[in-house]
Ligand binder design. Structure first.
Ligand SMILES: [Zn+2]
Ligand SMILES: [Zn+2]
Length: 426
């Protein structure tokens, strides 16, 4: 049945459109976009008065844990968490078990995505076999099977020489490379940001330089090889500065940060809440300010959740022994909208980081509202206020420091190919 979205404020960063328009979707595609489309009896109608109508949001950095750790998350539950958070497309990292380093694993993920997921799922393939940083993975086969990018996320390719070969090989397949930047020796056994708070708590720290060294290395290699890199989860002011400088010189580098890096500082770790243990770690107020400035001036192109589900087995333990990571699919949009209400970003800038920018980096024909384009839409109520409680999470895991937090702004509808997938029918 055709779907007509009426009376909404359409925000499309790709075209710069910000206008009251109706959107008609049929056959999975956007058929028409104009003022006052008249509803007919054969149409399903959403009244979007007072709501924002945006291109379907894209989260280019999630961990879905399937195959291998289905007790934490599955492609089915992760996709539902995404839809509830306003996302219609997500990219999932290859650090599953087995690792997505060959076409048979990619095929399995694609199959599960087709049969189990309510959103579009785009697998990211590993740079190296088993994420070991040694032999290169099977890029061509994985690309044919459906991967959209390459990454050893969770780890840095330790050898610069191997990383150079990864970039050269990725270039032959035109696959973007996403870099998890952390010098393993410098960060070894670190639990949190190295600074005043870690000293006070007596915890081993991770110096900002551990991230910045590798950010600089990846940029130097990208420049030399002539193939773009995308820097994942930027957490330090130094990284923002290095990326800004490289962009100014015309180097093909893009970057993302995650909502926790512009919302929380290492002070949150003093609670010993293991949900605050993330990699890279929560940094200082000065870093948080630099991340916000980087988002504002465009140094940071994308906001991505780095959704990293863990069960109580990994999190209800001493801080030292807890796994790194927090979930984020269901809080990212609200936390980003708070940057808008604080005046850091305009609504257009905020949505750019979830639509046209990740689509461009991953070469997806998504992230815009235009006639003939895919009928993926997110409708947002920027005024909805709620408390994030554990009971309302659709993720299988609940490792989030934002549980109990009062939030404002959330998805009212998520629409994939013209079908309303959220609110859920069941
Ligand atoms: Zn990572
Ligand atoms: Zn990650």
């Amino acid at each position: 049945m055709p779907l007509l979205i009426k009376n909404g404020r359409v925000l499309d960063p790709a075209s710069g459109t910000d206008a009251m328009l109706d959107v008609l979707i049929d056959g999975g595609k956007i058929l028409e976009l104009r003022k006052q489309i008249t509803a007919t009896g054969s149409m399903q109608v959403i009244d979007a008065a007072g709501l924002i109508v945006a291109p379907g949001l894209i989260d280019m950095h999630t961990h879905l844990r399937e195959p291998g750790q289905e007790y934490k998350e599955t492609i089915h539950t992760g996709a539902r968490a995404a839809a509830a958070g306003g996302f219609t497309s997500i990219a999932c990292m290859p650090n599953t078990s087995p690792v997505n380093d060959n076409a048979s694993v990619t095929n399995f993920i694609m199959h599960q995505a087709r049969t189990e997921a309510c959103v579009n799922v785009y697998p990211v393939g590993a740079l190296t076999m088993g994420l070991k940083g040694e032999a290169l993975a099977e890029y061509g086969d994985m690309k044919e099977a459906g991967i959209v990018a390459l990454s050893d996320d969770g780890k840095t390719v330790k050898s610069a020489e191997v990383m150079r070969r990864c970039l050269e090989y990725a270039k032959t397949f035109s696959l973007p490379v996403i870099c998890h930047c952390e010098d393993a020796d410098l960060a070894a056994r670190g639990m949190m940001h190295e600074g005043i708070v870690s000293t006070r708590l007596g915890m081993r720290g991770i110096a900002p330089a551990a991230e910045e060294l590798i950010v600089a290395r990846e940029i130097a290699l990208a420049e030399w090889v002539g193939h773009p890199v995308h820097i994942a989860h930027v957490s330090t002011s130094g990284s923002v500065r290095i990326i800004r400088e490289a962009k100014a010189r015309g180097v093909a580098v893009t970057a993302e940060t995650a909502p926790h890096y512009f919302t929380l500082t290492d002070d949150a770790v003093a609670s010993f809440d293991t949900a605050t243990k993330v990699n890279p770690p929560l940094r200082t107020q000065q870093d948080l300010d630099a991340i916000r400035q980087g988002l504002k001036d465009g140094t940071l192109d994308v906001i991505a959740s780095d959704h990293a589900p863990h069960s109580s087995l990994e999190k209800d333990v001493e801080f030292d022994h807890a796994a790194f990571g927090m979930i984020g699919l269901e809080t990212s949009l609200s936390l980003t909208l708070s940057l808008v209400s604080e005046g850091v970003l305009t609504l257009m800038q905020a949505f750019e980081k979830y639509t046209v920018n990740p689509a461009r980096i991953l070469n997806l024909s998504k992230g815009r509202i235009q006639a003939g384009g895919d009928g993926d839409i997110t409708i947002i109520d920027t005024q909805a206020e709620y408390v994030m409680d554990r009971g309302r999470l659709f993720s299988k895991s609940s490792n989030s420091p934002f549980i109990g937090r009062h939030l404002k702004g959330r998805a009212a509808y998520s629409i994939v190919a013209g079908s309303i997938i959220y609110p859920f029918a069941d």
